[in-house]
Ligand binder design. Structure first.
Ligand code: NAP
Ligand code: MG
Length: 481
């Protein structure tokens, strides 16, 4: 069931005679399921369906649409184990984290189910008392949502919750690595009674079918999360029809550990945010700058925390913290970055190789490198893997200069117990999200977006919802003179 696409309320499996492709379990490197692939005709049918469904769906009140989302939230929650298991099998994250991700998607549905009722317009007084301006909001129209594989359900849910609440309909294209959990999630929405065509799900390689979706004039917004490279291509394609877009792109996130920081907290937060999900998170910590007076003790504590992390296949072993990487290319990229750094003088404090006890699968030990500099790939290029480089600094100005030495601007992390130093970092770090003395830069009810090469637009919070709305300004004569 989970290997089916959805077009206009009809679930489409392999029996429809479409070309198929395999889904690989990264812990075993084996294909465990096949899925059908959409072609240009399927994309057209999906956009037809989303266009036809737009009028009736957008004509409902926010409260009515909210009822569908609330019902879907409870179904998603009930099926969180089943959906989480599919996610672990297709992209490798530990089962408990996969289930937790699905539960968070359920909460996102509840949050936006309520947030819709808080879309208020404005009344603006004119220079003349005879006139008044009204500002009201309308859904942008059918949306194409293109999703990556690293948080396949949360990233799909954020878009679906906000778009559906706003009154938009959708064609969703999950990453090729993670079709199954996406399909199981969409089934929760249809089982909640969502009318046919309001959401559609198509499988296929983004570089092949993406263009059909984006270039269709009836698509009024492209909501993209993925790499900066693909994001820039999509933005160019959107320009052709002036299609709105939101782009949540890559990152290369710094952490600064000031002299006054609590070193234990800094080390455990660094271990979590550098290595969770095998570093395959856009807001992963890639570079750590530590005040030189505490550099060595921080490195030692982070090494201990890192070596405590249990690597394995969570579907076979209890207590696993780190699964395999999601695909082989990711593994090759970090091996290249490590080789490059070592050849330029870096020191490997821990990790640097695959664990000895895993014969198969894209497993790798979390890796800490010191003696690094900004001429090394890992300090510039998004790693999207379990490696982190650590450098000492002496002054707050130097720390900020090093942290901002990137084209990305997604998240930055600060560990400091000095009030004025912390304020200096907050003021001067160039990133859309700053986490101070904690490792989590995003929460559901506050805006989340990147600066510079990390994207344009917001998810989460009211800002996420308003990204699916357009403004109508009405200037009214309200008095005869
Ligand atoms: P990706 O290669 O950019 O792919 C993302 C999505 O775009 C996938 O569904 C992919 O389909 C599709 N796609 C690929 N080429 C396309 C094209 N030419 N036209 C239309 N769609 C296309 O990214 P990824 O490897 O899946 O994910 C990792 C990246 O996502 C990292 O750079 C990470 O930083 C970023 N990310 C950002 C955020 C954020 O919030 N800022 C969150 C998570 C991840 P296929 O799978 O079929 O190729
Ligand atoms: Mg990719």
């Amino acid at each position: 069931m989970s290997n089916m696409m959805l077009i206009n309320g009809k679930w489409i499996g392999l029996s429809e005679g479409k070309p198929s492709t395999g889904v690989i379990n990264p812990a075993t490197e084996e294909v465990f399921k096949h899925i059908p692939q959409a072609d240009a005709d399927d994309i057209k049918l999906a956009v037809d369906a989303a266009s036809d469904a737009f009028k009736p769906w957008s004509s409902l009140s926010y409260a009515q649409r909210g009822e569908y989302l609330k019902k879907a939230a409870s179904i998603v929650y009930e099926r969180s184990n089943e959906i989480g298991r599919l996610m672990t099998m297709e992209m490798g994250k530990p089962l408990a984290e996969a289930v937790g991700e699905v539960e968070k998607a359920s909460k996102a549905l509840l949050y936006y189910a309520e947030e819709g009722e808080r879309v208020y317009g404005r009344i603006i007084s004119d220079q003349s008392r005879s006139f008044q301006s009204h500002v009201s909001y309308y859904p942008v129209g059918p949306v194409a949502a293109i999703i990556p594989w690293n948080y396949p359900i949360e990233l799909l849910a954020w878009k679906a919750c906000a778009a559906l609440t706003a009154g938009c309909t959708m064609v969703i294209k999950p990453a090729s690595i993670t079709p199954l959990s996406s399909s199981a999630f969409c089934r929760c929405l249809t089982d909640a009674g969502l009318p046919d065509g309001v959401i559609n799900l198509v499988f296929g390689s983004g570089s092949v079918i993406g263009k059909y979706l984006i270039s269709d004039k009836r698509i009024k917004k492209v909501a993209f999360t993925g790499s900066t490279e693909v994001g820039k291509k999509i933005v160019q394609q959107c320009a052709v029809n002036m299609t709105k877009y939101s782009a949540e792109l890559g990152g290369h996130c710094p952490m600064i550990v000031g002299q006054s920081a609590d070193i234990d907290t800094a080390a455990s937060d660094a271990a979590r945010r550098s290595f969770r999900n095998m570093g395959q998170i856009c807001i992963a910590i890639n570079r750590i700058y530590v005040h030189s007076s505490i550099h060595d003790s921080f490195v030692e504590k982070l090494k201990v925390k890192t070596e405590e992390l249990v690597i394995g296949d969570s579907l076979k072993t209890e207590g696993v913290n780190l699964g395999p990487m999601a695909d082989k290319n990711g593994l090759l990229k970090i091996k290249d970055q490590i080789k490059d750094a070592l050849s330029k003088g870096a020191v490997c404090v821990t990790g640097g190789s695959a664990p000895e006890n895993q014969a198969k699968g894209f497993f790798f030990k979390p890796t800490i490198l010191t003696n690094v500099n900004h001429n090394m790939l890992l300090m510039k290029e998004e790693s999207f893997g379990p490696i982190v480089g650590i450098m000492p600094f002496d002054t707050t100005e130097e720390a900020v200069e090093l942290a901002n030495d990137t084209n990305y601007g997604l998240a930055a992390y600060v560990q400091s117990n000095d009030y004025y130093e912390t304020e200096y970092f907050i003021e001067n770090l160039s990133a859309g999200n700053i986490a101070v003395n904690n490792p989590d830069a995003g929460v559901m009810n506050a805006p989340y977006g990147g600066w510079n090469d990390s994207g344009d637009g917001y998810e989460h919070g009211p800002e996420g919802l308003f990204g699916y709305l357009k403004i109508k300004h009405i200037r009214k004569r309200i008095r005869k003179s």
